[in-house]
Design a protein. Structure first.
Length: 168
């Protein structure tokens, strides 16, 4: 006699469990994606005025650059041609270590002040999913530049930096 194979429900049960697991995983994944999209759309971009803490910190950073300018026998004047030359001399003299992010950013603040005065930009706090930055905003438009990052990233990478070229 030949044994007959049975196709009972017990044999097909693992297939049903796999299908249930896949459905559960799919639903969880969909829920996570939906939550992630809601969170990212909630935090797309926020523009705020500088806080008192931001203004104080930036003032201290300007003083640090002023101290470097004093080593050259100069002061920061707010006159772009003169201050750009001062910034370039500080950079060329390698008075800022590439790993000194804080002083590199201080140079970026002074550079940004020059851009702001020449191009009618204002300092704002720019916040997005990547984080919080101080940026320059053109009037009330959605046009932003990030002079602190422009200077500090180039210095930290050891790249040749011409502040006049950036300014132009």
């Amino acid at each position: 006699m030949i044994a007959q194979l049975s196709m009972s429900r017990a044999v097909t049960q693992p297939e049903l469990l796999s299908l249930r697991h896949l459905t559960t995983v799919f639903l969880l994944f969909s829920a996570l994606l939906t939550a992630s999209n809601v969170m990212s759309s909630e935090f797309e971009r926020q523009i705020r005025p500088l806080t008192a803490i931001d203004r104080h910190y930036m003032s201290e950073q300007r003083q640090a650059v002023e101290a470097l300018a004093n080593r050259l026998g100069r002061r920061l004047s707010g006159v772009p041609t003169r201050d750009l030359d001062t910034l370039q001399r500080i950079i060329d003299n390698r008075w800022v270590d590439p790993e000194d992010i804080q002083t590199s950013q201080a140079l970026g603040i002074v550079f940004g002040d020059l851009l702001a005065s020449e191009l009618d930009f204002d300092w704002v706090v720019y916040r997005d999913s990547a984080g919080r930055s101080r940026a320059l905003r053109y009037r009330d438009r959605d046009l932003f530049i990030f002079p602190i990052t422009m200077v500090s990233r180039r210095l930290s990478a050891g790249a040749d930096l011409s502040v006049n070229d950036l300014f132009d």
